[in-house]
Design a protein around this ligand. Structure first.
Ligand code: ASP
Length: 324
């Protein structure tokens, strides 16, 4: 008999491991309350799809995830992928900051030609209609499928597949909470099919071993009437780069021009992103006037990670402990 594929499952908490006091409560539960063993018990079908190696480095609500979590996860993922016997990797993660973790991994993790799939859930494991079990089963099925190899970091959710580089959380509570921005899904389940090839990946960025080595970059949301002293405060607090989530096509209000110009002239890069849920931010003459640059198709959260990695690279190979 052909042996089943070997899939490493890294659980990190989230709603998929959430527990509430009642089976109809889908909003005031505790995320990351249940151990991964309990989640696996709910999906006995996994036993016929893959042999699982399970790890749980931490169990949190992903609203509390930070750069330390990204680096821990990246290290554990890299170790699992480097093992010859590993065919694929699944990461269970809270949905609130799933797009950031997925994007960070897409920029820094070498999948070694193997499948890497993130998933989570919108309803806690204790809900009558929990979506976690199906998402888990689907994610493991994708990770065990040779067709997922070489596709980069994927996110499997509500029977759809997304490229981690274009993922956005679009809804606060719907089961299909994600979309792929301009790109849409890159595949579907039932049956599994991969539909769209993404652009070639950028070279992998090096990262430090310690989160303190990642430069601080903040995202500022610019509403009608928001004051530019926010930007000055962020720099005074230690931000080395800023992403502005601006109205429309990254439109920088006139009142912000002097503060932005001063920031960029002092060597603090400022990226124009958009508050809109999809669409690119295009180059504009304001960039020449203020020293800004557009983020292209990135969400503000992804643009922040890009800028952190860029500043890190610019700090040179002396940044200790970097691994590609
Ligand atoms: N707050 C939860 C988390 O991100 C939400 C979820 O998983 O859907 O962990």
């Amino acid at each position: 008999m052909t042996p089943l594929p070997s899939v490493t499952l890294i659980a990190t908490g989230g709603t998929i491991a959430g527990a509430a006091a009642s089976d109809t409560d889908t909003t005031t539960y505790t995320a990351g309350a249940l151990p991964v063993a309990t989640l696996l018990e709910a999906v006995p079908q996994l036993a016929s799809i893959a042999t699982l190696q399970v790890e749980q480095p931490f169990s949190i609500d992903s609203k509390d995830a930070d750069e330390r979590c990204w680096l821990t996860l990246r290290r554990r993922a890299a170790e699992a992928l480097a093992r010859q016997e590993t065919d694929g990797l699944v990461i269970l993660h809270g949905t609130d900051t799933l797009e950031e973790t997925a994007y960070f991994l897409a920029r820094t993790l070498d999948p070694c030609g193997k499948a890497v799939v993130l998933t989570g859930a919108m309803r806690p494991a204790t809900a009558l209609s929990a979506d976690g079990p199906m998402n888990l089963l689907d994610a493991v099925s994708v990770a065990a499928d040779p067709g997922a190899c070489g596709k980069g970091v994927l996110v499997c959710f509500d029977r759809k597949l997304y490229d981690a580089r274009s993922l956005r959380k679009r809804h606060t509570s719907a089961l299909d909470a994600f979309d792929g921005g301009e790109c849409g899904p890159c595949g579907h389940l039932a049956p599994l099919r991969f539909e769209r090839c993404s652009e070639p990946a950028r070279p992998l960025a090096a990262v430090p071993d310690d989160a303190s080595g990642l430069p601080r970059v903040e995202v500022l949301y610019v509403a009608a009437g928001s004051r530019p002293d926010l930007l000055t405060c962020a720099i005074q607090a230690g931000a080395r780069g800023l992403v502005l989530a601006l109205p429309g096509n990254g439109s920088l209000p006139d009142v912000w021009h002097p503060a932005v110009r001063a920031a960029t002239a002092s060597g603090v890069p400022v990226v124009r992103a958009s508050r809109c849920a999809s669409g690119r931010v295009s180059p504009h003459p304001v960039d020449a006037r203020t020293g800004t640059r557009p983020c292209g198709a990135c969400s503000p959260a992804a643009a922040r990670i890009d800028l952190m990695l860029e500043l890190l690279a610019a700090s040179g190979p002396s940044a200790s402990g970097q691994t590609p």
